[in-house]
Design a protein around this ligand. Sequence first.
Ligand code: URA
Length: 207
Amino acid sequence: MAGGQGRGAAARELRAVAAEAAGCTRCDLYRRATQTVFGEGSVPAPLLLVGEQPGDKEDLAGEPFVGPAGRVLDEALGAAGVDRGRVYVTNAVKHFKWEPRGKRRIHKTPGATEIQACAGWLAEELAHVDPAVVVAMGTTAVRAVFGRALSISSLRGRVHELAGGRQAVVTVHPAAVVRQRDAAARRAALDGMVADLRLAANVAVPR
Ligand code: URA
């Protein structure tokens, strides 16, 4: 736990960090986003899951992973035997990056500058949640967690040691499951994600 303080203190401190992040102007994304979407969940927690950035639904709700990708994440966590209430879920970038197309808000992938601008918030979450294992979901999360661009396929299926001694497991972004065109492909993508989450959970809380 951060500085060895108790559970309550870590949670309280992280709430103060989240309040500070609500006014974040470290990059330009705050201009178009509705609000900062900070991480949520148990503090401390054995697992900290990192996604890319809030989507349209999350931007409006102010909570991570509550839209279609969140439903896939919930399904995968359930199948892996992980209770979402006992983990911490966040994003590499805390504001929704989008551009208008007619009346629609089209998701844009955050770049290295935006990931770097948000790195301090993720570092605070890691310090306070103090997870045994960080799960990086998708390429933006991998970049934020590993500090450089790496392919998911080169990292998947193994446990990695991060600088500072924390462990990490890599999986696809839940939106990659949502995007599959047929039921068989969706099932295969979901099964892969479940296997990755099981690996992370077994390392975090050996059974
Ligand atoms: N995609 C993400 O990466 N994070 C969310 O919170 C929602 C969708």
